[in-house]
Design a protein around this ligand. Structure first.
Ligand code: HEM
Length: 421
């Protein structure tokens, strides 16, 4: 694990990481680490790694750090960077990778749509989507001639993936007839994302270009005929003048769509797997469905989808909890490590859905970039866990627990979860 004094973190090998985090936390609040995003990158991130809960929070609140990779580069360094192809621009620069005042301006435009109150209004719709997906799973099992409680489904493909995708495409206002196409383009993109260091192949670039052309066309249609959805609101903001440029509009819709489901699918999948592999906790949920809230928070703490925020760049030289950091150097922030810090969460490796302060987890980050969609993901999780085990109380793993593995991705999640119900 350790070479010289640098820890190596391979997000492609998630099973091994809890031990690594534990060693790093014992070493100190800040250690040196190199981070491979799980695709065997040629040039992994390297820099300081913040390991403990209090220091993780303090780092995310520290405005001596920037979220913008370009912030500390000189004009000469910037000029030496390879030009960014037009079709990649929306990925490279978005709300998540800019600092104030641009960040403040962008965040203000979307924040009102994601308040806890807005989510409560959305809850009945999320409930209908969850029920419809489970109806489909039942119908398909019946068509195969299967009977309860021995019907099969892949929980990811049948439920955990389509639930958040449908919710975010509804919110954005992507027309039903286009959804399969949009999904095709972005599934491809996600593959590329997993190989962050790798080059994007021609086909993927072409798909991305198609997606962006499609979005620009959709913006025109919504301009001509606004509907009651997020894209129409953002298009209006772009029209109003100085609030949003057209590139920012593309990038915002893109990130909302991607961030709106790739992480939430794993909150749902990881939570169901945690319950099925901790029968005592599942029994508690069944006897008190209000504990669905506890399942969401404890799953975020125990197996949150994002292990590390890799993007914090020092804007000046200073000491980070006793370790010097130079201007331009990267600090990686260990969310998963903080969430298992015994200084903050007693008995941190125990999955306990009644844990009193599990909601103090940092799975959504902290500070100005704290996850915009956290209230949405939480609501989706609560509806999903409550509904699934109410409707299918016999739900159980269809394979031995040892046969369930993390997917090869820097996001902690399962590609498949075969269950019987
Ligand atoms: C369990 C599900 C989710 C997890 C674990 C998660 C995690 C995170 C984290 C850790 C950040 C902070 C990144 C940073 O500080 O650099 C973040 C930011 C963000 N998330 Fe999420 N997210 C989830 C769901 C969602 C959903 C459902 C949406 C969308 C609609 C969303 C949209 C965003 C956006 C737009 C940002 C950037 C916010 C900003 O820079 O101001 N996320 N998310």
């Amino acid at each position: 694990m350790e070479s010289d004094d640098t820890y190596s973190i391979d997000l492609g090998d998630l099973d091994a990481l809890q031990d690594t985090y534990s060693w790093m936390r014992e070493q100190g609040p800040v250690v040196r680490a190199s981070l491979d995003m799980g695709g065997g990158q040629q040039r992994p991130f390297a820099g300081l790694f913040v390991t403990r809960y209090d220091e993780v929070i303090a780092t995310l609140l520290d405005d001596r750090f920037s979220s913008d990779f370009y912030a500390t580069m000189s004009p000469e360094q910037l000029a030496m960077l390879p030009p960014v192809a037009a079709e990649l621009r929306p990925i490279v620069r978005s709300i998540i990778s800019v600092d104030p005042p641009d960040h403040t301006r962008l965040r203000k435009l979307v924040q009102p749509s994601f308040t806890a109150r807005a989510m409560e209004a959305l809850r009945p719709r999320i409930q209908r989507i969850a029920d419809a997906l489970l109806d489909t799973a039942e119908r398909e099992a019946a068509e195969r001639g299967e009977r309860a409680p021995d019907r099969h489904m892949d929980l990811i493909a049948a439920f955990a993936y389509p639930l958040p995708v449908t919710v975010i495409t509804d919110m954005l206002g992507i027309p039903h007839e286009d959804r399969a196409r949009v999904r095709g383009w972005t599934e491809n993109l996600f593959e590329v994302d997993r190989r962050q260091g790798g080059l994007m192949d021609e086909e993927t670039r072409a798909k991305l270009q198609e997606l962006i052309t499609y979005l620009r066309g959709l913006f025109h249609a919504k301009k001509a005929q606004p509907t009651d959805d997020l894209i129409s609101q953002l298009v209006q903001a772009e029209e109003d003048g100085d609030k949003l440029t057209e590139d920012e509009l593309v990038s915002m819709v893109f990130i909302l769509y991607i961030a709106g489901h790739v992480t939430t699918v794993n909150l749902l999948g990881n939570g169901v797997f945690a319950l099925l592999s901790h029968p005592d906790q599942l029994a508690r949920l069944k006897s008190d469905p209000a504990l669905a809230k506890g399942v969401v928070e404890e799953t975020l703490r125990y197996w949150g989808p994002i292990d590390v925020i890799a993007r914090r760049i020092a804007k000046q030289d200073f000491e980070l909890f006793g370790t010097p950091i130079r201007r331009g150097e990267v600090a990686m922030v260990g969310l998963a490590s903080a969430n298992r810090d015994p200084r903050r969460f007693p008995d941190p490796d125990t999955y306990d859905i009644t844990r009193a302060d599990a909601e103090r987890n940092v799975a959504f980050g902290k500070g100005i970039h704290v996850c915009l969609g956290a209230p949405l993901a939480r609501t989706e999780g609560q509806v999903a866990f409550e509904t699934l085990f109410r409707r299918f109380p016999e739900l159980r793993l269809a394979v031995p627990v040892e046969d369930v593995h993390w997917g090869k991705s820097f996001i902690r999640g399962l590609a498949h979860l075969p269950v019987l119900f």
